[in-house]
Design a protein around this ligand. Structure first.
Ligand SMILES: [Zn+2]
Length: 363
């Protein structure tokens, strides 16, 4: 197991949700779970030089000229390797934006479990207002987005300069391409736009971010009645915690759907069995976190192999039964104890079945 991943799990096991009413612990667990799934996809990009791109030159002269040029991207674009230049830039943007996004989400989740509600909401602004839109753009219209990035046309892609119509188009394009669409049937581009960018939309994140980031504001649609968040009574404090857990789980689930789709188009295409296996488990955890599912009924409808987890310590594939102790570990946490070797089997990671099968220990 990746040592950083192991460290993250061990640290998580000692977490205490001191500032959080118990009724939200299950959703906080899901948020950490999906955060770790995203992180595991991110770390996989780094393994085995997957972020590198191989360029095969058409002759030796091209190879020589490329090695002598000061502007690699310009040379690639002008000499018939535009597809390679696009993919190199796309990978860099994907990696950079995702890394930055995960840092903010991690800190927001850490803050809310300590009861620091204003801090946790303020920390969501950058990942869900900025980073998420760039991931959507990179997925939905990579050619257009990468061209702007390559030209350094920041006036065209700075979030505040992208008008409402364009933002909705970017969101719509991405929503059309992701898997698990059934879970986003109520989330069209209008809903996601209002939630993330519209000050005038009732209970939007944009209004909440404004309150979390400023002590007093005078804009008509968000005018403060007093110091924002400074004199919160207990009821209003709970109201904001409740708001956090109504919005963040589905935004994180949506982020996962984008991240894995981009991974497939930029890094490598995963096998259908890998996609089916991981999506089934992640979707279960998502709908279970919002309490809209009967766990036994759900898994009785799915092939039994889906509840199988590779143990990296004893190298066995552990099949678990619905309702077992192990199943409860899977359902409510991020790991369970292997019935054979008693070590922890981490379930908070994307399992690339093709890598597991290729490993010499698993032949
Ligand atoms: Zn084991």
């Amino acid at each position: 197991m990746n040592p950083r991943l192991r460290e993250a799990i061990l640290m998580r096991q000692t977490r205490e949700y001191k500032g959080l009413p118990e009724e939200y612990w299950h959703r906080q667990n899901f948020c950490w779970y999906i955060h770790d799934i995203i992180i595991s996809i991110f770390w996989d990009c780094i393994e085995n030089d997957k972020l590198n791109t191989k360029v095969t030159f058409k002759d030796e002269d091209h190879a020589r000229r490329f090695n002598r040029t000061d502007n690699l991207f310009k040379w690639l674009y002008e000499n018939g390797y535009a597809d390679k230049a696009d993919i190199i830039i796309s990978k860099q943007v994907y990696y950079g934006i995702l890394s930055d996004m995960c840092h903010f989400i991690y800190e927001s989740l850490s803050a809310i479990e300590k009861g620091k509600i204003a801090v946790s909401l303020a920390l969501l602004r950058k990942p869900f207002r900025d980073n998420l839109l760039y991931l959507e753009w990179l997925l939905g219209d990579p050619k257009e987005f990468i061209e702007l990035v390559y030209k350094g046309d920041i006036d065209a892609y700075a979030i505040e300069n992208i008008d409402a119509k364009k933002k909705k188009q970017i969101i719509k394009n991405a929503l059309c391409l992701i898997d698990n669409k059934a879970f986003f049937s109520k989330m069209n581009e209008e809903v996601y736009y209002d939630l993330r960018y519209n000050y005038s939309a009732g209970n939007s994140l944009q209004r909440v971010w404004n309150r979390a980031n400023h002590l007093v504001t005078t804009k008509p649609e968000i005018r403060s009645a007093e110091f924002n968040f400074v004199f919160l009574n207990e009821d209003i404090h709970i109201e904001f915690i409740d708001y956090y857990y109504r919005q963040v789980p589905h935004l994180l689930f949506y982020t996962y759907c984008l991240v894995i789709k981009l991974y497939n188009s930029l890094i490598r295409r995963v096998a259908t069995s890998t996609s089916l296996y991981n999506n089934s488990l992640i979707v279960f955890k998502f709908i279970d976190s919002i309490r809209e599912i009967d766990a036994i009924e759900h898994f009785n409808q799915l092939p039994k192999e889906l509840l199988s987890f590779p143990c990296l310590d004893c190298k066995k594939v552990i099949k678990i039964e619905v309702g077992s102790k192990e199943f409860e570990g899977f359902r409510t946490g991020w790991s369970f104890s292997c019935p054979d070797c008693k070590n922890n089997i981490n379930i908070s990671k994307y399992v690339f079945l093709e890598d597991y099968k290729k490993h010499p220990d698993n032949q």
